[in-house]
Design a binder for this molecule. Structure first.
Ligand SMILES: [Fe+2]
Length: 288
């Protein structure tokens, strides 16, 4: 059996995987090794994979049923409902001007978050492929390991946090950038949902925190008290010692486990350079 090569970061969060071509259909054995690397390292990447939409969709389906992106907030050029256009270009392929509505919507990605935590069931795995990167200083994507953050909390703190239930919604994350213009269709697709703050990560059986920009407050607590707790916890859990920072290279395919990591984008000169990444995600199998 072919054995994939997994080169992990010293902290344990993040690993480069090689020895398989994910631009072609992969085997069950290859998938099992990729899933095992992801379960352990939270974020993995493949270099030099000029993957197309068809093969990216085939690939994400190994991890679970793909999520359908909300239409209103996507680029009209995305004809496949499973893809979201993480780019700074409009439907004509031109760079979006500063006042473009989708540019404002995407600005919420600059806050630490877990993709689709506002859904039930939420995303488990995200696959993001680099189609076009700025020629100069492509911006990083930052990750933090919520299992490491949980392990670093005192036993007393862990006991306090363990029973808490958190409300997540897309309205909470977009309020941070002043975006409120949601259509009725989107509101129906994306009602607020509730998840436990502390969960067991299925892939590693380790306890993990589950929160981020979509998480607004603690159920049963005064709104402000819960928001403050979440803000403090995100700050604690995303310290540099818990992070992996991905330096993008052309044709990278980056995969992460949303159920045990938070991530955020980093600003770049988006009025000068094009950046086009293709996003899709697979759901957790059961509601949590
Ligand atoms: Fe994201």
């Amino acid at each position: 059996m072919q054995v994939l090569k997994v080169k992990a970061q010293p902290s344990g969060l993040g690993a480069e995987v090689s020895g398989v071509d994910i631009c072609k259909p992969i085997s069950k054995q290859e998938y099992d090794q990729i899933e095992a690397a992801l379960a352990r390292h939270g974020v993995i990447w493949f270099r030099n994979m000029p993957i197309d939409d068809e093969h990216q969709e085939m690939f994400i389906k190994w991890f679970g049923p793909p999520n359908v992106a909300a239409k209103q907030l996507n680029n009209a050029r995305m004809t496949n409902p499973h893809f979201y256009d993480v780019s700074n270009v409009d439907e004509n392929g031109d760079i979006m001007k500063e006042d473009h509505e989708r540019r404002l919507y995407l600005a919420a990605n600059l806050f630490w978050h877990s993709d689709m935590s506002m859904r039930q069931p939420p995303a488990r795995v995200t696959v993001l492929s680099a189609r076009v990167l700025p020629e100069v200083d492509p911006p990083d994507t930052q990750f933090a390991d919520m299992r490491m953050a949980w392990d670093a909390l005192s036993p007393e703190r862990q006991r306090e946090l363990e029973p808490l239930q958190i409300e997540h919604s897309v309205y909470a994350s977009r309020a941070k950038v002043g975006y409120t213009n949601f259509s009725e269709e989107t509101r129906k697709l994306l009602p607020p949902t509730t998840h436990p703050l502390v969960r067991t990560h299925a892939g590693s059986a380790r306890k993990t925190l589950y929160m981020g920009a979509h998480a607004s407050h603690v159920i049963g607590w005064p709104q402000e008290k819960g928001a403050k707790l979440l803000e403090e916890l995100v700050e604690f859990a995303t310290q540099e010692r818990f992070r992996y920072v991905h330096k993008w290279q052309p044709r990278d395919v980056l995969i992460w486990d949303d159920s045990c990591t938070l991530h955020r984008a980093v600003p770049f000169d988006d009025q000068k350079y094009r950046r086009e990444l293709r996003w899709c995600s697979a759901r957790e199998l059961e509601a949590v």
